[in-house]
Design a binder for this molecule. Structure first.
Ligand code: GRG
Length: 293
């Protein structure tokens, strides 16, 4: 299958949902502008696309769950806005553009992030024809676990505590698993839950999600060193300058590449039971290994 075309079509679907959803009148206008600024800054939409692809791997039409998939991008966008704040990573550039607080100021950036997170849960709680209430409740719990104190927030706190710390494998794994892998993996699990996946299928897809989630951050760490600023959309070498605990810092570039390759291989193996319906998930796993931004 043509994975580039699949990613392009998925991104287009999510972009359309988000621009329609946030096009109505939202008062005050600056809140609308700040949310739309970051939502439309050109992300890859990889979390929503994973959610749609997991749903398809379970044999269900993913058009039914575009709202849920788009809500995952809203949670991701909130996390980027807050991560860039002076109190956290203090970054001026995101996706090649000035960060949200550089344009709207810190207070509006914080509130725009808060609004995106809250609205995502509102979308998750809305009734959708054909999605069973029990599966939907499980999906809400997945999203909360992946984004809150058991997921991304915990990873972010540990990441901040570990700046300038001595490299340590266990802490590095904790950060990566919580800060980045949790939401990516939840995106896959939520797609499967909403499709009504049986337990064996759900377990296989969870394993896939976990492995690509970890690989994603290892690759991100490598790109921070070898990527070009214009391509990665943020200043190259920023992890090194902030003395972040990263895979290349602990293992060097070559071993980090091998670790990422091994994780992607495990992700592909976890799909052994599936037929062509999981080809998009296979394609995404391979694409992640070769991505340049
Ligand atoms: C503020 C609670 C809170 C958490 C922030 C996501 C995050 C946690 C921090 C972002 C810092 C960072 C660069 C993490 C590395 C992995 C990552 C999430 C990269 C950005 O995701 P992509 O590549 O971005 O999917 P696009 O721009 O394509 O959406």
């Amino acid at each position: 299958m043509d994975i580039k075309e699949y990613l392009r079509a998925g991104k287009c679907l999510i972009d359309t949902f988000l621009s329609d959803y946030f096009s109505g009148e939202i008062r005050p206008a600056v809140l609308s502008a700040a949310m739309n600024y970051s939502l439309q800054a050109g992300g890859k939409r990889i979390r929503p696309i994973l959610c749609l692809a997991a749903c398809e791997a379970c044999g269900r039409n993913s058009a039914d769950i575009v709202s849920f998939a788009s809500a995952l991008e809203m949670v991701h966008t909130y996390s980027l806005i807050h991560d860039d704040l002076p109190a956290m990573d203090n970054d001026d550039l995101r996706r090649g553009k000035p960060t949200n607080h550089k344009i709207y100021g810190e207070a509006i950036a914080i509130l725009a992030g808060d609004a995106l997170l809250t609205e995502a849960f509102s979308i998750f709680a809305a009734t959708v024809p054909g999605v069973h209430a029990e599966s939907q409740m499980a999906a809400v719990r997945e999203l909360a676990a992946a984004s809150g104190m058991k997921g991304m927030v915990a990873g972010q706190v540990q990441d901040m505590l570990s700046e300038n710390a001595e490299p340590d494998e266990e802490t590095l794994r904790f950060i990566h698993r919580h800060k980045t892998a949790a939401l990516l993996s939840a995106s896959v699990r939520i797609g499967a839950l909403l499709a009504g996946a049986r337990s064996g299928v759900f377990e296989s897809l969870s394993l896939y999600g976990d492995r690509i989630g970890l690989a994603f951050q290892v690759i991100d760490d490598i790109l921070d060193i070898v990527g070009e600023t214009e391509v990665i959309g943020k200043p190259q070498g920023s992890d090194e300058r902030k003395k972040k605990l990263t895979y290349p810092r602990l293992y060097g570039i070559e071993k980090s590449r091998a670790i990422a390759g091994g994780l992607i291989e495990e992700a592909l193996q976890s799909l052994g039971y599936f037929g062509p319906e999981a080809d998009p998930l296979r394609g995404i796993a391979s694409y992640l290994l070769s991505r340049t931004h």
